[in-house]
Ligand binder design. Structure first.
Ligand code: GLA
Length: 411
């Protein structure tokens, strides 16, 4: 987020709450590969990005959260929404992400303070770039600091995931919150979602991450997402008759799956096949990145997209078109849909010198094919990889006096 927006946030906060805030930032993410594997105890490979959510915060003397956003004015109840740390309840509003995280932190035995919070974000909402996880991590970090508390980043991510389950109703996995909390600039993280052990992998040098947003909001995402999750569980229960030791699809090898697949209904077979083969693709991508075999990436990401399209059925015509156009655009190395699907974005690795030409070719082709007139506004963002949640330094005239917070790696 640029410095003008940050000072606008500080000024609006001072006007709204009459106090000087501290700022806390958490990144959105793209996922290079490993889609719909996290809630099956599998492997993912996300990258935190330079689009982020920033929260301005100051402590209150009571146990209330007063929350507002620069990005949308409230439809009712004035410009500030209020919830109580003593009686946190879902309000079916964007503020549930904040109230939910607060509730999950307190459930872990941490005593929080009331806070004034003002949110600004440059992560497009509903585009599959984890604007919700960024809001959860930024507000969690803000609430911890405001109350003088500390927490391990991964524990905060788990609290965010629980908030999403209990307050929002999306039964998401851990990927988005994990990477928003733990991301590292310049690196993709290969995360084992069962053990939560992670390996950092260098991203190819000389390539940009280019996100192409179809402009189709992933509205079906939450309900269909939960359906997919149930279908995977059903697959596990049926396969357990032959493989009694499996806990999750992560534990099923491809040869075992091939042996017993006929016992599963056709749809469940395809869901399981996606997850089992996608886990293998993540591990092969990890090898390719370790060894610097960039050309292998292209093949693996393309196969992931096909599997999400045909077997998992979470792509859509617009995402397929974006992927198709990207594959023929200048400088393209690798790409596919990213995130939960049903709209949203594609992720692409593109030669740095040609990323401008790439964006132009993809957006022109997309607008030509969609007519550019049905309310679909496609966009592209060339992003950098970024580090996880952090407090931003105060705008001090003497930078050496800025308090250093242990464990911080903000860039
Ligand atoms: C959403 C969820 C994640 C993950 C992806 C699909 O982003 O929040 O946990 O399941 O979808 O890979």
């Amino acid at each position: 987020m640029n410095s003008e927006r940050l000072s606008a946030l500080r000024q609006s906060f001072a006007r709204l709450f009459g106090q000087t805030p501290r700022l806390f930032r958490a990144p959105g993410r793209v996922n290079l590969i490993g889609e719909h594997t996290d809630y099956n105890d599998g492997f993912v490979m996300p990258v935190a990005i330079s689009r982020s959510t920033v929260i301005a915060a100051s402590p209150r003397d009571d146990r209330q959260l007063h929350m507002s956003s620069l990005d949308f004015r409230e439809a009712s109840g004035g410009n500030v929404r209020v919830s109580s740390l003593d009686d946190p309840r879902p309000a079916r509003a964007w503020t549930d992400y904040i109230t939910g995280v607060a509730a999950m932190l307190e459930r872990r035995g941490l005593r929080l303070r009331g806070a004034n919070l003002l949110v600004a974000s440059d992560i497009p909402a509903g585009a599959g770039l984890s604007s919700s996880a960024a809001l959860e991590m930024a507000s969690g970090w803000a609430l911890l600091h405001t109350a003088g508390q500390e927490m391990d980043r991964t524990e905060l991510a788990l609290a965010g995931q629980e908030a999403e389950h209990a307050f929002v109703g999306t039964l998401c996995g851990i990927m988005d919150q994990y990477i928003s909390a733990n991301g590292r600039a310049g690196q993709a993280t290969c995360l084992d979602c069962r053990s939560l052990s992670a390996e950092q992998l260098q991203l190819p040098e000389g390539f940009d991450i280019v996100i192409c947003n179809t402009g189709v909001k992933h509205e079906l995402a939450s309900s269909e997402y939960n359906v997919r999750r149930r279908e995977c569980q059903q697959g596990v229960e049926l396969l357990r008759r032959f493989l009694p030791r499996i806990q999750n699809l992560r534990d099923v090898s491809l040869p075992d799956f091939e042996r017993y697949r006929d016992a599963l209904p056709e749809v469940i077979q395809r869901r399981c096949r996606h997850v089992i083969t996608e886990n293998q693709r993540v591990l092969r991508t990890r090898e390719a990145l370790r060894e610097g075999h960039w050309n292998k990436l292209s093949e693996l990401l393309a196969a992931s997209h096909q599997s999400l399209r045909m077997d998992y059925e979470v792509s859509c015509a617009e995402l397929d078109l974006m992927v198709d156009l990207a594959q023929r655009a200048p400088g393209f190395l690798a790409g596919r849909m990213t995130g939960g699907g049903f709209g949203g974005c594609t992720v692409n690795l593109v030669e740095r010198q040609r990323s401008e030409a790439f964006v132009k070719a993809v957006l022109t082709g997309y607008n030509r094919r969609t007519g550019g007139n049905c309310g679909i506004q496609a966009e592209a963002y060339v992003v950098a990889s970024a580090s996880g949640v952090c407090a931003l330094p105060d705008p001090s005239p003497q930078p050496e006096l800025v308090e250093q917070i242990p464990g911080e790696h903000c860039q």
